[in-house]
Write a protein that binds this ligand. Structure first.
Ligand SMILES: [Zn+2]
Length: 132
């Protein structure tokens, strides 16, 4: 893991333990993620992060609303995958960023405890996974 990824992990854990984010934590995250953090906070403010939970396994995936007018939703795992174009272009191909704004929004909302939980059967969740 890169140093910035380790620093980010520590900040996420701290936010998760208090369910709140301080100005100092925000400025660290902003330093690490730049404009994507601003975009992610806007998504979180709009309650744009859903966490889909499979029952009974407890497996989960995030569904995060995009910022374009079409309001498309992207399936993502906060740590390692997003279905959006930026993820493949900026992160996988060019390695310029740690993660995309949807992953950031998912991480922020889950750390703050503000995602909308949606429960479904493991069969339905498997169908979603099969579309990735
Ligand atoms: Zn994304």
């Amino acid at each position: 893991m890169s140093t910035s990824a380790i620093v980010a992990e520590k900040v996420w854990k701290d936010i998760q333990s208090t369910h709140s984010v301080s100005d100092e934590q925000l400025s660290i995250l902003h330093f690490l993620f730049g404009k994507n953090l601003e975009r992610a906070t806007r998504i979180v403010d709009q309650r744009g992060v859903k966490r889909i939970l499979g029952e009974p396994s407890g497996r989960s995936i995030f569904q995060v609303v995009g910022e374009s007018k079409r309001k498309e939703e992207y399936l993502c795992f906060a740590e390692h995958y997003c279905a959006c174009y930026s993820f493949f272009y900026d992160i996988v191909n060019r390695g310029e960023q740690l993660c995309c704004k949807h992953q950031l929004a998912a991480r922020l909302a889950s750390s703050l405890g503000t995602c909308i939980d949606v429960n479904m059967s493991d069969d339905d969740l498997a169908l979603i996974f099969s579309q990735l």
